[in-house]
Ligand binder design. Structure first.
Ligand code: HAM
Length: 414
């Protein structure tokens, strides 16, 4: 038997309604915040991510699905949504239109990681990217969008952590202070963090290695090194969130695993789904558009992992049941079979979900099947009904039975 690749999953027909629930909620939330969908290719020139996500990140160093196509170009399956959207924003000259431009996407992403609960090699993100506003109000709005989305889904017991990692200027000073602090324990850092020490020391704060965690326990906080502008910005974000009734905790160790962030970063973390508890993460990336050649245009966004959201919603039993089938038409005999075919066609024309028998089942087996389909009503057509021009409709919940004229069935399906 040929099986699916490690770290991927099928979404089977019996479960797809769960995905549709999350996706519909995402689209509805984006819509009330006036964000429009953007779709970018699943693969891009490798440079988009190498440059966009950053050469010092785990994603670029270890996790990308990169290959040469038949033309000898290096292409990469998108490991995340932001870089491709920024590439499209610049390439299509969207910066010349009215700003801020608010976009959202629902996309598969690919990272060559060690699979575990909530961590896959193909996973899916709902993300937003807002361009053109440096105002702290847009930071608060993006976080509020994330919160509204999670609330609408029915996600409970989730904590919002926020932090500011400053701008290029203040971060330089912080990096120096951090390296100074870490110097004495450099030898005890894990190999990865030794590498990070020069390239991106702030990422050491994020390391899961117990030794590194112990070493960074009392590390200096970025919040003590923010410049006046970054400090005022972060304070404004907080006051707006408070005014909007959004609860949060400040966590100076939230640094995020991607290189493009500036100022505000945030994560929504759940304690209920194991080690991979970060359900949604994002932040501001004011230099990224410029890096792609699009001028000094600010950006901010987030992405939520749909598989992790589903783990959370399933464990809380928070996913509304699938829409049931409205009418199952059970024919008895060949003439009735033709009539049933006609009836279901007419129902579907009216937008009513309907199904009939193509397996030659007897009436008892058809009722069993209708039960499996969770049909709200079963309509029975036999020779008696045919000659009278009616159908016997049974309400499967109440057990009540009525005869309905064939041309008025819809009126009886309530
Ligand atoms: P990220 O934190 O790398 O950020 O990913 C966002 C979310 O995607 C995570 O919080 C998690 O729910 C989900 N995720 C990541 N990796 C996996 C995986 N291997 N398996 C399952 N789920 C996963 C970004 O991707 C940024 N582009 C977010 C962003 C948008 N920042 C600004 N705009």
């Amino acid at each position: 038997m040929i099986t699916l690749p490690k770290g991927t999953k099928d979404v089977l027909p019996e479960n797809s309604y769960k995905w549709q629930f999350v996706e519909k909620t995402a689209r509805e939330t984006a819509k009330v915040f006036n964000a429009k969908e953007i779709r970018t290719p699943v693969f891009e020139h490798t440079e988009v991510f190498a440059r966009g996500v950053g050469e010092t990140t785990d994603i670029v160093n270890k996790e990308m699905y990169t290959f040469s196509d038949k033309g000898g170009r290096s292409v990469t399956l998108k490991p995340e949504g932001t870089a491709g959207v920024v590439r499209a924003f610049v390439e299509n000259g969207l910066y010349a239109g009215a700003l801020p431009l608010k976009t959202y996407y629902i996309t598969p992403c690919f990272r060559y990681e060690r699979p575990q609960a909530g961590r896959l090699r193909e996973f899916h993100q709902f993300g937003v990217e807002f361009f053109g506003a440096t105002d702290a109000g847009i930071d608060a709005e993006v976080i509020l969008l994330a919160k509204t989305f999670l609330d609408k889904l029915g996600v409970k017991n989730i904590t919002l952590y926020i932090n500011s990692i400053g701008c290029k200027e203040c971060r330089k000073e912080y990096h120096d202070a951090l390296k100074n602090y870490l110097k004495a324990n450099y030898d005890k850092l894990c190999d990865l963090c030794k590498d990070r020490y020069e390239k991106n020391p702030m990422r050491i704060l994020d390391c899961k290695n117990e030794d590194c965690k112990a070493i960074t326990e009392n590390a200096p906080s970025i919040l003590d090194y923010l410049c006046e502008d970054c400090k005022a910005h972060f304070e404004k974000v907080q006051s707006l969130l408070k005014a909007a009734g959004v609860e949060f905790k400040i966590n100076p160790k939230i640094v995020r695993g991607l290189d493009y962030y500036t100022k505000t970063v945030f994560e929504f973390v759940s304690e209920n789904i194991g080690a991979q508890g970060t359900v949604l993460g994002g932040g501001r990336y004011d230099g990224l558009v410029e890096q792609f050649g699009g001028g000094k245009i600010a950006g901010i966004g987030f992405a939520a992992g749909i598989e992790r959201l589903l783990l959370l919603l399933e464990s809380a039993g928070a996913i509304p049941a699938d829409d049931a089938l409205t009418l199952y038409v059970a024919p008895m005999g060949d003439d009735a079979r033709d009539k049933a075919f006609q009836i279901v066609a007419e129902m579907r024309d009216k937008g009513i979900s309907a199904e009939t028998d193509y397996m030659g089942r007897g009436i008892k087996a058809q009722f069993k099947y209708a039960d499996k389909l969770k049909a709200k009503f079963v309509g029975i057509v036999g020779s008696d009904e045919l000659s009278r021009g009616v159908i016997k409709i049974k309400n499967m919940q109440s057990g009540e039975e009525v005869y309905a004229p064939i041309d008025k069935i819809a009126e009886f399906l309530r």
